[in-house]
Write a protein that binds this ligand. Sequence first.
Ligand code: AOS
Ligand code: ZN
Ligand code: ZN
Length: 393
Amino acid sequence: MTDIAPTTRTRVLAALREQRIETPSWAYGNSGTRFKVFRQEGVPRDPYEKIADAATVHRFTGVAPTVALHIPWDRVDDYAVLAAYAKEQGVGLGTINANVFQDDDYRLGSVTNPDPAVRRKAIGHLLECVDIMDATGSRDLKLWFSDGTNYPGQDSIRQRQDRLTAALREAYGRLTGDQRLLLEYKLFEPAFYMTDVPDWGTAYAHCVELGERAQVVIDTGHHAPGTNVEFIVAFLLRAGRLGGFDFNSRFYADDDLMVGAANPFELFRVMHEIVGADALRPTYGIAFMLDQCHNIEPKVEAVIRSVLNVQEATAKALLVDVEALAAAQRSGDVLGANAVLMDAYNTDVRPLLRDLRTEMGLDPDPVGAYRRSGYLEKVRAERVGGEQAGWGA
Ligand code: AOS
Ligand code: ZN
Ligand code: ZN
């Protein structure tokens, strides 16, 4: 594809202007591996400063207007005050992420723990998260369970599924209005033998059992190597059960690197399925979130880069000549169909995106503009003392 036809250009720009990507509060905090957390200067000390960073990403990209919170990392006394601060900064509070993986009590699991008292505590936390959603006006409760076992025989796989069902039912029953429960799966880690929600099929089955407002979240780093992620996207879209994404990229397992860094072609294929189902528009309801940890690189800039990577993959997906693709598919032209897709993927969309940003009143080069803005130097000078908020805190 060399030139983009004017009508295509108008359609693509309109879709990109509407796109919404949610950034995670924890991406702005310190994080690391189990070997070391490298602390950075200027990193947020509280949820307010994380929101200020998220607002900075939105200011330079124009497509990241909400920030996901993680409880208790982002616990505050008054969520209305936090929401008002976010609004003042130009962003909104998004998905509420529950955290039932950090306490000593959860050594043998949270909602699937053999001890009913621990299960009660974990369920209590899920319900507290819905209270917080009521206060913040958030639509989605995102649940990821680290629950599982490390050794065959350690616990009953079936009974753990029963406990999971009971907990999910209680959390789901607490939702009101248009609130949704998003269930995330992960193949392994921290559990190494058996994870209670290891794959999309398990998450899907639980969601179907719960009801329509239970939806699956695909974290792009949570599969076995070689898994066809776009197949999962297509299946869940068809079933009306794709609630959202945790975008990040992986070379090996749950690496949480910048989305589009390891496998931009996979990201394009995922976005091709989304665009093909007309599911990109915010009214469709999919939460396009990032779930990343920036261990050694500067955080705000890494999130800006990630947002741009999603935008680039989306622009390419929007450029797929759907009529030519359908014609090639109908006539069994295997290579022709593949060429249509590759043509779109190989288009350099950066000039188009620069034009989009200029039209939106933004600097065409968000990373350069951020670097020139002096934001990092400013927060480095301001954010001294106090406990830095994040994984390491
Ligand atoms: C964990 O591996 C999952 O990706 C979750 O989404 C988790 O809540 C997130 O990484 C923040 O800890
Ligand atoms: Zn995730
Ligand atoms: Zn993960």
